[in-house]
Write a protein that binds this ligand. Structure first.
Ligand code: SAM
Length: 248
């Protein structure tokens, strides 16, 4: 029956796609893709070719209308974002809402995501986490976002691009203090994957030390605020809170 399938694709290593996803991509009637060229390349590795439409951030509403029309014609439509799981710092959310509003089913096919991949290599301290994704690019806005998270008890997961990673790391240290653990996960599942463990105080220096440390795609997992009574680390969290209050 006419259904919108939200299909996860690899975040690097092309083998990280499920058998179920390949099966579904092979039998769907149409593919909606964030980047049709990238997706065509991925599918050609598996001998799959499908009629495609583009559905990205800038045309998601219009693409949603077209997809609903295909569903109305009885088609099975699969959506894939550029990498990883749709709807996670990626388009897909508005397509889901449009399909649901028009009365069609939405079926998710799970798979790779940079957030779950990084968490799986972090440790027990990060098993409860809040996914934030990309922070604002403006300095002041970003500092405000981090200050607001200073007392948050869960680990924080951030996505970041190479040209901003150092700046973001420094902003995190300034807002959250230097003592928390951070996992700097870079190029996950790819040839130059690196997973570096540090404290927030050490992070900026590690990034500055070697240009290779700043190349590629990043996930930062930052330890949550210390439990009340954890003296030294309490003080660090209070710094962030005080800064927010002073700004007010
Ligand atoms: N939908 C994707 C997911 O499920 O993870 C995220 C897409 S978002 C536009 C791209 C960002 O995700 C990158 O800037 C980076 O922060 C993170 N990312 C994606 N692939 C990654 C990888 N292989 N290693 C580290 N981070 C990655």
């Amino acid at each position: 029956p006419a259904t919108l399938y939200m299909v996860a694709t690899p975040i690097g290593n092309v083998a990280d796609i499920s058998l179920r996803a390949l099966h579904l991509l092979g039998l769907c009637d149409r593919l909606a893709a964030e980047d049709t060229r990238n997706t065509a390349q991925l599918l050609s590795r598996y001998g799959i070719a499908k009629p495609m439409i583009a559905a990205h951030d800038h045309n998601e509403n219009e693409a949603a209308e077209r997809i609903v029309a295909f569903l109305a014609a009885g088609e099975r439509v699969a959506f894939v974002s550029d990498a990883g799981t749709p709807g996670i710092s990626d388009p897909g959310g508005r397509l889901v809402e449009a399909a649901r509003a028009a009365g069609y089913g939405v079926m998710p096919l799970p798979g790779a995501s940079a957030v779950t991949t990084a968490i799986s290599a972090a440790g027990a301290w990060a098993s409860t986490f809040t996914f934030v994704g990309f922070l604002a690019s403006k300095t002041k806005q970003r500092a405000g976002q981090l200050d607001a998270l200073a007392g948050h008890p869960h680990a924080i997961v951030l996505y970041e691009a190479p040209h901003r990673i150092e700046e973001t790391m420094r902003a995190a240290r300034d807002a959250l203090g230097g003592t928390r653990r951070v996992l700097i996960a870079r190029e996950l599942t790819k040839l130059h994957e690196s997973i570096h463990r540090a404290t927030l105080a050490e992070g900026p220096e590690w990034l500055a030390r070697d240009a290779n440390h700043r190349r590629g795609e990043f996930v930062l997992v930052i330890e949550g605020a210390p439990a009340p009574g954890d003296g030294e680390r309490d003080a660090a969290a209070h710094d962030g809170l005080l800064r927010a209050l002073l700004d007010e």
